[in-house]
Design a protein around this ligand. Structure first.
Ligand code: CP
Length: 365
């Protein structure tokens, strides 16, 4: 039952006219940024055809050419969101999320709907045969009969690999334990390139990126580092900013592996000391551990009082907690909402490629 005070508040809001909202308020960054990407990246859509008959498991699958063609298609969708209504008409997505999600599930489903397809959604493993001991291999075999593409989130690193054994339709890894979250990283990089398209050019002014997070435990950070390695010449340095309390920042050999990818990386514990140098500040505080989550970096917080470089942008995969104060929401540093919004268009682009429907959108100008 709603308490009388809440009802009074609602009545007062109605009388004062504060229940009105502004439906036309555009995304804070409008469509200028995707239009600029569209202008700068020449279309070579044959590159996207190589995604046919492929599962998307890891950020390692993407090279610079593939990334830019995907971003071009995403920018095409973002520049003209109402133009492409049904390239996935007749296709069915199986959206299987065995771990909580707001953005990834809903943005994949929104992307599929916007492309005119139909969706079957599972949000609880207990409602499937898994509750009766059914294997992911067998579930994958069934999925072949029911849909055209699977998006899977699971708290186990191996789940996506297990399901792949029997799938004859593409599967997208939407987060597998602490391992990877490749489409989040695609959305992150898409945002960074919209902000600084010059990074795609040779000899661009290098930028410095700070990542407040834990590469050993955070799948978003791991996939992002892999994708950033495609732009190592455009990045002067990546600083991993962490709490003194973090027991393990890198898994065995990980730091060297990142350096082998061509990234110049170092670590730091004093956030305010490095903030004034950073062009991009990426922050995340949550790491998934089995069926629960762990908050890391308790002392690493951003607010309007942080000594940020005036031109810097902040990214966050979200959900956020105390680490990212809402006092930053109405500042030019806030690119995290644009990052979440852009993920829909990025996922539209990827889904179009995996379902082999690029021909339906590629030549529409
Ligand atoms: N960024 C991200 O993975 O968010 P969700 O957990 O809400 O999907």
């Amino acid at each position: 039952m709603v308490d009388p005070e809440t009802i009074q508040k609602a009545q007062r809001a109605h009388e004062e006219g504060s229940v009105e909202f502004e439906p036309e308020k555009p995304d804070i960054y409008g469509d200028a940024h995707p239009k600029e990407l569209l202008r700068l990246i020449p279309e070579h859509h044959d590159v996207l055809k190589s995604l046919a008959n492929k599962h998307i498991v890891s950020a390692f699958q993407f090279d610079k050419e593939m990334l830019e063609q995907l971003f071009r298609l995403a920018a095409k969708y973002e520049s003209n969101p109402n133009r492409y209504s049904n390239p996935l008409k007749g296709k069915i997505l199986i959206s299987a999320f065995y771990e909580p999600s707001t953005r990834t599930r809903l943005s994949f489903e929104s992307a599929w709907h916007r492309l005119g397809g139909d969706i079957m959604s599972i949000t609880d493993r207990a409602s499937t045969g898994i509750a009766k001991g059914e294997s992911l291999r067998d579930i994958g075999e069934m999925f072949n009969n029911y849909g055209d593409c699977v998006v899977l989130r699971d708290n186990s690193e191996d789940a996506v690999i297990e399901m792949m054994q029997t799938l004859r339709i593409p599967i997208i890894n939407a987060g597998n334990g602490t391992d990877e979250h490749p489409t989040q990283a695609l959305a992150d990089l898409y945002t960074i390139l919209k902000w600084r398209p010059a990074m795609m050019e040779e000899n661009s002014e290098p930028i410095k990126i700070g990542i407040i997070g834990n590469p050993a435990r955070m799948r978003t950070v791991r996939s992002l580092l892999t994708l950033l390695s495609n732009y190592s010449d455009a990045i002067s340095e990546i600083i991993i900013i962490h709490d003194d309390k973090d027991e393990q920042l890198f898994y065995e050999n990980q730091e060297q592996e990142i350096k082998n990818l061509g990234l110049k990386i170092r670590t730091e514990t004093n956030l305010d000391k490095v903030l004034p140098e950073l062009d991009v500040v990426y922050i995340n505080a949550i790491a998934w551990v089995k069926d629960d989550y762990e908050v890391m970096g308790e002392n690493l917080k951003l607010s309007i009082n942080s000594p940020l470089k005036p031109s810097s942008i902040i990214l966050h995969p979200l959900a956020r907690g105390d680490e990212l104060c809402s006092s930053l929401d109405n500042t030019p540093h806030n690119w995290y909402f644009s990052q979440a919004r852009g993920a829909v268009f990025l996922r539209m682009a990827l889904l179009t490629c995996l379902t082999q429907r690029t021909e339906r959108v590629i030549d529409v100008l």
